[in-house]
Design a protein around this ligand. Structure first.
Ligand code: NAD
Length: 363
């Protein structure tokens, strides 16, 4: 039997609540599938920064580097800021350290989940680049000024090619699984920004290598509007770092909100799995946060481990979590953001029960 070591970063705000839920459901699914997953918690985030002066210690980075995968809650508290006005972002540092160049953010409309957008068949994947773009100059030396400030947008061929190759592979897999037509759409600003025109030229080169998968380019402003007016036309949508941050939350809103939006930050060898949402300090400690996004992120972790290690047990555990989420979203209980009245704990218990009855054990 294969054992997996998972580094767990509960983080700030609702992070610990939803991470606890994800750990419980993943552990139940793993146990039912005959899989051993050892979870080890580590301190990181804004509260740790306030108390120690660093948001994630070197020993934590080292432990995470030795783990098979990382499960993260959420980091950041608006009340705790660095001298330049920004927040500590150890989850962003993790992307840099581990070369996690892509954040996969599936947005699917589940039966039972209300949305203001009348589009019941949305099933799309936003891929956000996560190491460069408008985040490229985060560590640039700057002279503080009371008159102006700027950030740098840098796009490299090496990262863009890796990103687009991953997108075409995802679109092909989704098409072959019968989920979509198989199309990658680049949202860019190639009409106005040099770096974005370069990004588009690399995209078109990579697209030519994958002629069996459809491809198109849209300006990000038009694309963002179409995500709301005709979301069912999209399959895989890929964007620069900040555009992807925004576009993925628009897509999450279309399918019912951040409470049902998971994500996976990946390189070719590493993965950090976390809900797309932040620390939601307005909800922290009140037993009202929706744990589904974190639980679905746990399912993405099990699926990623299963595919990476050709491990049928991990794939079975992933399927069990996904099926449990579908069942609980369809029949309840649901949290307040989805129109229900249940608490985080009640939904977590329902997910745990549902997963236990669904795991397909393969010996
Ligand atoms: N990856 C991360 O860790 C991450 C991502 C985004 C924001 N942040 C940080 O989180 C803090 C709050 O940021 P924000 O308010 O912009 O974004 P947020 O995602 O925390 O909250 C946005 C809105 O969504 C709601 N929401 C979020 N998660 C929910 C859940 N599970 N269930 C129900 N409702 C939920 C919140 O109540 C709020 O109304 C900031 O410090 C920010 O820097 C962290």
């Amino acid at each position: 039997m294969r054992n997996y070591e998972v580094g767990v970063l509960p983080g700030d705000g609702i992070g610990p609540e939803v991470t606890r839920a994800a750990c419980r459901v993943v552990t139940a699914a793993a146990a039912g599938a005959g899989l051993r997953v050892r979870m080890t918690e580590h301190p990181a985030g804004s509260a740790v920064y306030r108390d120690t002066g660093t948001s994630m210690g070197e020993e934590v980075f080292a432990a995470l580097g030795a783990a098979d995968a990382v499960l993260l809650g959420a980091m950041g508290l608006p009340s705790i800021r660095r001298p330049d006005g920004t927040e500590e972002g150890p989850q962003v540092d993790l992307r840099d350290r581990f070369g996690l160049f892509a954040s996969l953010r599936p947005c699917r409309r589940y039966p039972g989940v209300p949305s203001r957008v009348d589009a019941p068949d949305v099933d799309l994947l936003v891929v956000r680049e996560t190491t460069e773009g408008l985040f490229a100059g985060r560590h640039d030396e700057v002279t503080p000024s009371a008159e102006s400030s700027s950030d740098r947008m840098t796009i490299t061929r090496a990262t863009s090619e890796l990103l687009f190759e991953l997108c075409f592979a995802q679109a092909r897999n989704r098409r072959d699984a019968g989920r979509s037509v198989g199309r990658v759409t680049l949202f860019d600003k190639a009409n106005a920004l040099r770096s974005q025109a370069f990004l588009r030229s690399v995209f078109l080169e990579v697209a030519r290598r994958h002629a069996d998968v459809q491809s198109e380019c849209l300006h990000v402003d038009a694309g963002a509007m179409m995500l709301v007016t005709e979301p069912e036309r999209f399959d895989v949508v890929v964007c620069e770092n900040v555009f992807g941050d925004i576009v993925s939350e628009v897509a999450a809103g279309v399918v019912g909100g951040l409470g049902v939006a998971p994500s996976a930050d990946v390189s070719l060898t590493r993965g950090v799995f976390q809900p797309s949402h932040g620390s939601a300090p307005d909800l922290a400690g009140r037993d009202v946060a929706n744990p589904v996004a974190a639980v679905l992120s746990g399912a993405m972790m099990l699926r990623w481990l299963g595919e990476r290690h050709a491990d049928d047990r991990a794939l079975a555990a992933a399927r069990a979590v996904e099926a449990a989420v579908e069942a609980v979203l369809a029949g309840g209980p649901r949290t307040r953001d989805l129109g229900g009245s249940a608490g985080t704990g009640e939904v977590t218990a329902a997910l745990e029960d549902a997963v236990t009855s669904r795991v397909a054990v393969r010996s």
